[in-house]
Design a protein around this ligand. Structure first.
Ligand SMILES: Cc1cc2nc3c(=O)[nH]c(=O)nc-3n(C[C@H](O)[C@H](O)[C@H](O)COP(=O)(O)OP(=O)(O)OC[C@H]3O[C@@H](n4cnc5c(N)ncnc54)[C@H](O)[C@@H]3O)c2cc1C
Length: 495
């Protein structure tokens, strides 16, 4: 008998979950409420797409295992993305000073717009696996009971988008009297409907209640604006002013990320009491007032291409579904529907990819076994743990955080990370351990290995830097951009 799986949401988590399921079922149906664009374009269902998205090395590796015959790194670069070495191509001012740059390439991450990332992942999966289809519809509830999920109750995405006749016929959909709703039966269901998922309500409706949940909210606001890369700055490194959790004040950060189309995506972040503005002039001033003005200096004379977009969807929220007293067969929750993180750490997409990889590994070996969905949910939780600890143990230190006080363990972990970061500014063995973990290639245990431990004890091998580690050519470019900014040569927004 033919097996069908349904995935709710065609974001990164949903598309990668579909790739995982395509290896064990005959047909995967991805339900998406948005009409999906043919190219890399922003869309309503992914408002965070306006903001900088780093794709970590661990996430790229996971995607390669999920999409047969595809090298995602190459595919993204061929589509216009940049490959960036965390050691070599990044200029970082941390809470304990400037990082030296190293000749080593690894780990390599990818930067591009979120729209390009989603489009490249979607096209790669649909090209490599021919038993996945995307249907425009909105999931509104689960079918089944607390023992077994049997499908999804769906509704049309809107009054002007009735169910496709082909969709209705292929899956034998029995439409409601007004033709606006139907039941779609399936052998397996994945909820990947993102941060706004209604999964807790849906679980309640089938009798699965009391799911432990935690939210830690630093009140971070992210403000982002696109700029044309100024002439001569085409290979400018990724530039980052990191927040300092040890000042007792709010987090303030800034980042210039090179993306496709010769553009810089400039994102400023500030926690409660230090929020970055939406006003364009104040945006520049905020960047200039960061603990080092380099981000502001670089953009002062650059041409803005858009207005400033803000995002308040930045809390850390986790549903501990793996701890539910009962869990139905055939249901798994992935991506932001399961856990969200402060975006400063650039982890969500990689956690989604690692979660889909855990799904693939578990169903491949155990398809049809009793308790499969619960087993998957436990495996997926492991891919959330490291990212969750990293985000929460730092965020809890900022003032006016809602949802928790720092524990003795948080403070101890923060002190160790601070010492290690200080060593990493001028010691390659500490830097590579830190980058392995932040790029999600290795678990946090990597930080406790003898070399990084020793480095944390002995401090940086190289003297600390008094300014950004720039090559002579980069210094010249920066001087030119500072001059252009001072002379008020920065062109006005084009739109
Ligand atoms: C400001 C900001 C910056 C970020 N920066 C980074 C970064 O640098 N690196 C990184 O890795 N992550 C980053 N993230 C996190 C990242 O955006 C998320 O982790 C990622 O989008 C999760 O993917 P997802 O597929 O789970 O959810 P989404 O991408 O939100 O996709 C969910 C999909 O489900 C659809 N949907 C929702 N409800 C329904 C329904 N009922 N029926 C049908 N379809 C539905 C939506 O339309 C959407 O297409 C950032 C987040 C923010 C807010």
């Amino acid at each position: 008998m033919s097996r069908t799986a349904v995935v709710i949401g065609a974001g990164a988590a949903g598309i990668l979950a579909a790739a995982a399921l395509a290896l064990v079922v005959d047909q995967v149906v991805v339900l998406e409420r948005d009409a999906l664009p043919d190219g890399p374009e922003n869309r309503k269902g992914v408002p965070q797409g306006r903001h900088a998205h780093l794709m970590m090395a661990g996430g790229l590796d996971a995607m390669d295992t999920l999409i047969p015959g595809m090298d995602m790194r190459k595919h993204l670069i061929a589509s216009g993305a940049n490959e960036i070495s965390l050691c070599r191509d990044m200029v970082v001012f941390s809470s304990v000073g400037w990082f030296h740059r190293w000749r080593h390439a690894d780990p390599l991450i990818v930067t591009c717009s979120r729209a390009l990332l989603d489009w490249a992942i979607r096209t790669a999966v649909l090209k490599s696996l021919n038993n996945i289809e995307i249907r425009q519809a909105k999931a509104i509830d689960l079918l089944g009971d607390s023992e077994r999920v049997r499908g999804v109750r769906i509704a049309t995405a809107g009054p002007d988008t009735p169910f496709d006749a082909d969709f209705t016929a292929k899956y034998g959909l029995q439409l409601s009297a007004d033709r606006g709703e139907a039941d779609l039966y399936a052998d397996f269901v994945v909820d990947a409907s993102g941060r706004g998922s209604r999964i807790s309500t849906w679980l309640g409706s089938i009798g699965v209640n009391d799911i432990p949940e935690r939210t830690l909210d630093s009140g971070l606001v992210n403000s982002t604006r696109l700029y044309r890369i100024p002439e001569g700055a085409g290979s400018w490194p990724l530039t980052m002013i990191q927040p300092n959790p040890f000042t007792g004040g709010p987090a303030r950060s800034g980042m210039i990320v090179p993306i496709e189309g010769n553009r810089w995506m400039v994102s400023l972040g500030g926690s409660r009491g230090g929020e970055p503005p939406k006003d364009p002039d104040a945006f520049l001033q905020y960047a200039l007032d960061l603990p080092h003005p380099i981000v502001g200096q670089l953009i002062a004379g650059a041409e803005p291409l858009t207005q400033v977009f803000t995002s308040h969807s930045t809390s850390n929220t986790r549903r501990y579904l793996e701890k539910a007293a009962v869990w139905p067969e055939n249901l798994v929750v992935l991506g932001d529907a399961l856990a969200t993180f402060n975006p400063l750490y650039g982890q969500g997409m990689s956690v989604a990819a690692l979660g889909a990889q855990a799904l693939a590994k578990t169903i491949w070996h155990r398809w049809g076994s009793q308790g499969l969905a619960r087993r998957v949910q436990r495996e997926v939780a492991k891919s959330v743990d490291a990212a969750w600890t990293l985000a929460v143990s730092s965020d809890v230190l900022y003032p006016n955080v809602i949802g928790g006080e720092p524990t003795a363990t948080d403070r101890l972990a923060a002190q160790y990370t601070r010492r290690l970061t200080r060593s990493a500014t001028g010691s390659y063995s500490a830097a590579s351990a830190l980058f392995d973990v932040t790029s999600m290639r290795k678990s946090a245990l990597r930080l406790m290995q003898p070399r990084p431990l020793l480095a944390a004890l002995t401090g940086p091998a190289l003297p600390s830097l008094s300014g950004p580690p720039l090559t002579p050519a980069e210094q010249e470019t920066l001087r030119g951009l500072i001059r252009a900014g001072q002379m008020g040569q920065g062109p006005q927004p084009s739109a």
